[in-house]
Design a protein around this ligand. Structure first.
Ligand code: A3P
Length: 335
């Protein structure tokens, strides 16, 4: 797949539909429950999940205008679970015949910009039709499975999740970086409390993870379910899984050339975070631009220990245990 430098915009002839959609949006924002936001003032509870106002509009636009193709492959994740890393691994794996490792695509492009995030692309109208991308098209989303348009769910999905304690700490740092300047900084105590109540962009975390976990049990050939911790421990095995799942397993010749190992090294935290493009480049998240460097903080398992008290750990682990009980899924010491 390839992305041309500028995306052609297709004017839709259905402006009447768009106006109706805007009215529906205005009605929703007036009527559905709201809670405190992380980077904006409020999040809204939309069909069981907390989204910011732009996220709700994007979801309506996505359902109305996105045309999926059976060969599309989605990367789905809860924010701060390893999306950046997986984007880098997926684009390097699928394009391994096109890129060489001395002058690689990732040397010039932040991983976040390598393929489109539907949550961002559908924030404004008119919308790109993505027909210019050759198959298989790669897309990313933070949406839970149940908020996706039904046609998309027949596509292949790679889902990455992570111990919620590390997700929460990572998200707290990130959201304070992009928080509206007219709001006071979000304290860790407040972020912790909101997260535990499920009030977190695209949350509740546990329902998000379960939406993909259950679907992956029903259709393992359609959903590759990964954990950040597993990618950390066995990155090469994961790259092999990615290649096979995306339809192009490594050949014996590629094994001889250590291609999987090269991909792992190219996409390591140390390598990516030290590239000039990730130190100084920016990524447009729709509501504004964020430095690529904000997607690389520590890249470690267990950093939550530096921020949570024993009581906090017990509370969040208790919620995780209760919510995931009987599902066959676990995190941290219970995994
Ligand atoms: P920390 O804040 O714990 O360091 P996302 O990409 O979903 O926004 O997740 C960001 C988290 O993934 C951050 O976690 C970031 O440091 C980490 N990360 C980014 N690139 C990584 C890589 N190549 N290897 C491991 N972790 C990475």
């Amino acid at each position: 797949m390839s992305i041309p430098p500028s995306l052609p915009i297709t004017e839709s002839k259905e402006d009447g539909d768009y106006i109706k959609l805007c009215k529906e949006y205005d009605y929703l924002i007036e009527t559905i429950p709201k809670g405190n936001g992380w980077n904006v003032k409020h999040l809204y509870k939309y069909n069981g999940f907390w989204l910011n106002p732009i996220g709700i509009k994007a979801n309506l636009l996505l359902h109305a205008y996105f045309k999926s193709h059976p060969t599309d492959i989605f990367l789905a994740s809860f924010m701060k679970s390893g999306t950046t890393w997986l984007k880098a691994l997926m684009i390097s794996t699928i394009n391994r015949h096109r890129y060489n490792f001395t002058d690689h695509h990732l040397h010039h492009h932040g991983p976040q910009s390598t393929f489109p995030s539907i949550d961002i692309e559908f924030q404004s109208y008119p919308i790109t039709d993505f027909m210019h991308i050759s198959a298989p098209r790669l897309f990313a989303t933070h949406l839970p499975r149940t908020l996706l348009p039904p046609s998309v769910t027949s596509c292949k999905f790679i889902y990455i999740c992570r111990d919620p304690k590390d997700v929460l700490v990572s998200k707290w740092f990130f959201m304070n970086k992009i928080r509206d300047t007219d709001l006071p900084p979000l304290s860790f105590d407040e972020a912790f409390d909101l997260f535990c109540q499920g009030i977190s962009d695209f949350g509740p975390f546990w329902e998000h993870v379960l939406s993909y976990w259950r679907a992956s049990l029903d259709a393992p050939d359609k959903i590759l379910f990964l954990k950040y911790e597993e990618v950390k421990e066995q990155p090469e095995a994961v790259v092999r899984k990615l290649a096979t799942f995306m339809g192009e397993p490594f050949t014996a010749e590629e094994d001889e050339q250590r291609v999987a190992e090269n991909i792992v090294n190219m996409c390591s935290f140390e390598n990516l975070s030290n590239l000039e493009v990730n130190k100084t480049g920016v990524f447009n998240i729709g509501i504004g631009k964020v430095g690529n460097r904000e997607f690389f903080r520590k890249g470690k398992i267990g950093d939550w220990k530096n921020y949570m008290t024993e009581e906090m750990k017990q509370r969040i682990d208790g919620i995780t245990h209760e919510k995931l009980k009987g599902s066959g899924l676990a995190f941290g010491e219970n995994a």
